[in-house]
Design a protein around this ligand. Structure first.
Ligand code: A2P
Length: 338
């Protein structure tokens, strides 16, 4: 890092992707202090120009020499690109913030949500992992509750947008919807099932032992790591829904001691990164359309879980922009904390 040498040189790997474009926007909107921004993608995008702070910057093909002089590298180009190039970037002297799942569960790699565990950044050895988007969106609002009255069990059901599968999946949702409305046949190429007016179990592989898919396993394991609580019991059902860019999650949590909805509201009222949208009179609650383009995670439908006679359980519903807090914004917040 160029401490004492002025603002850092920042690189984005995967700059043309759904998250990459948002990374550029976040750096610009948050006036991130940098001396130079370098953009990388695959050979397909070499020569493309992207706007940043009133300038037009060229996209270059990523290669082994791309990281010379780079202080911070923000990776969002998939797990295999991260596995190959993140160690090269670290060897060249860069600190990597990686959006893929490649290093998240490695013991020496902090898995960071700045509102929850920024202290773990101190132990990084060159790579910092940005958590799974659903994990970030589900658990950022739960942290103030967990700190006040330990959550011992968590059940999640997700409603995940196309953006989590990248720009091509968002395009597939738009094109297949258009084809459906026009009565045309559509051959899906990116996702494994018809997406328009449909939903399906998350398109990651199933663990034959547990029956959970990869996405569910990530949410379970990452929640424990981010909370620093290996004993928290978590279960998840992850589902892809035909929404463009914001994920929603239905959550039931069980605390150690009794807890009420008004206590939860009070805890979340001024919590960082969270906005209460809990208007029972108007039946107005978090919606992915409202969450899209917003930094905070929307939280509502806060109610006592009637199936727990002990009064220790709460149900709630959250929606957060997968491309922002679920990915680019969290990565830029990590870079800011560095
Ligand atoms: P490209 O646009 O040139 O294919 P998304 O998550 O929206 O699918 O975006 C993935 C991003 O990762 C894109 O910017 C894509 O670039 C980039 N990418 C994919 N494969 C590679 C690779 N082998 N090297 C560098 N960038 C890659």
């Amino acid at each position: 890092m160029s401490e004492g040498r002025g603002p850092p040189v920042v690189a984005i790997v995967g700059a043309t992707g759904a998250v990459g474009v948002e990374l550029i926007r976040c750096l610009e909107e948050r006036a991130f202090p940098l001396s130079e921004l370098r953009l990388f993608a695959s050979a397909r995008s070499a020569g493309k120009m992207l706007a940043f702070r009133g300038q037009s910057l060229p996209v270059r093909e990523l290669n082994e020499h791309s990281f010379s002089g780079v202080d911070i590298a923000l990776f969002s180009a998939g797990g295999s690109t991260s596995k190959r190039f993140a160690p090269i970037a670290v060897r060249a002297g860069a600190t990597v913030v990686d959006n893929s799942s490649a290093f998240r569960m490695d013991a020496g790699v902090p898995l960071v949500v700045p509102e929850i565990n920024p202290h773990t950044l101190r132990t990084h050895q060159g790579i910092i992992a940005n958590p799974n988007c659903c994990a970030i969106i589900a658990i950022t609002p739960l942290w103030p509750i967990h700190r006040s009255n330990r959550i011992r069990r968590l059940t999640l059901a997700t409603y995940q947008a196309a953006s989590g599968a990248g720009a091509a999946a968002m395009q597939e949702l738009l094109e297949s919807t258009r084809a459906y409305l026009e009565g045309r046949a559509y051959q899906h190429k990116v996702l494994p099932h018809p997406y328009a007016f449909n939903l399906f179990s998350h398109n990651t592989s199933i663990d034959p032992v547990t029956g959970y898919n990869d996405e569910e396993t990530k949410v379970i394991q990452e929640t424990r790591k981010i909370f620093g609580d290996p004993d928290i019991r978590v279960s998840a059902t992850c589902v892809r829904v035909p929404v463009l860019r914001a994920h929603s999650v239905a959550i039931t949590l069980e605390c150690e001691r009794p807890i009420t909805p008004s206590q939860v509201r009070e805890l979340l009222q001024s919590a960082p990164g969270v906005k209460l949208v809990d208007d029972a009179q108007r039946n107005y609650f978090p919606m992915p359309q409202d969450a899209s383009g917003q930094d905070p995670i929307l939280v509502g439908r806060i109610r006592q879980d009637l199936s727990d006679p002990g009064g220790r359980s709460i149900c709630l519903f959250v929606a957060g922009d997968q491309l922002l807090k679920g990915a680019a914004l969290n990565a830029v917040q990590i870079a800011e904390a560095l």
